[in-house]
Design a protein. Sequence first.
Length: 269
Amino acid sequence: MSLDTSTSGFGWRAVQVFTVLVYIFMFAPILVVIVLSFNASQFGGFPMTGFSLHWYAKLMQNESVLRAFQTSLWVAVVTSVVCSVLGILAALALVRYEFPGKEWVNTILIAPALVPETVLGVGLLLLIRFAHQPRTLWLLVLGHIMLALPYVVLVVQARLIGVKRVYEEAAMSLGANRFQTFREITLPLIMPAIVASVLLVFTISFDNITASMFWRPSGVETMPTEILSMLKISISPEINALGTLMIVVTVGLPLLGGGLARYLARSAR
């Protein structure tokens, strides 16, 4: 019996060590990029010659990077706003109402999240070419909306299912109309899911590269495509600084969204 206990304990320790090694393998390159972004040397490697913010200052003076940042920010904000409105309406319709073709609508809305982005990117690009439609910034926004909308629908749906309908019925029985009921009862209850989904959609759009490569118009760069083009030319320490900023945005926003969602959920209780 003691042998079995010692064997199982050794196996559990082996699993823990293996898990730690996997995490180190996954996150060590990210940590290296962050550390080297503060290297004073113009050669992005070890040993470091000193601590400096020179590459961040130089990055802020790079006009092409600033244009790419403005483009990505604008596309991500528009995508977040449109997906929030459409996703909330779609989730309400799918959870609260019955109508013909409901399962088909749900499948169509969720399908882009199940198809690889490369397949969607090539497919939409072929459709654009077939329709003789030039690639524009608005088509890029529509593509990002198509990719991100399923996540808003799924997150808000999951929250709505947990909201009992009796609260809405009680409000309407007291004289509130449907809009007032949604504004005063339903919206505050699903606000944590809305905040989380908005920040998630912003991150997905801001960090998207696969689809953006196919859909962006000529001469327009987003942040991910700008990083890719910089890597093709040369490996500059500016790329480490730019990569660090992207890591802060793409990791920080989901963490912020999770924290806000928990805070709002506790406040609602």
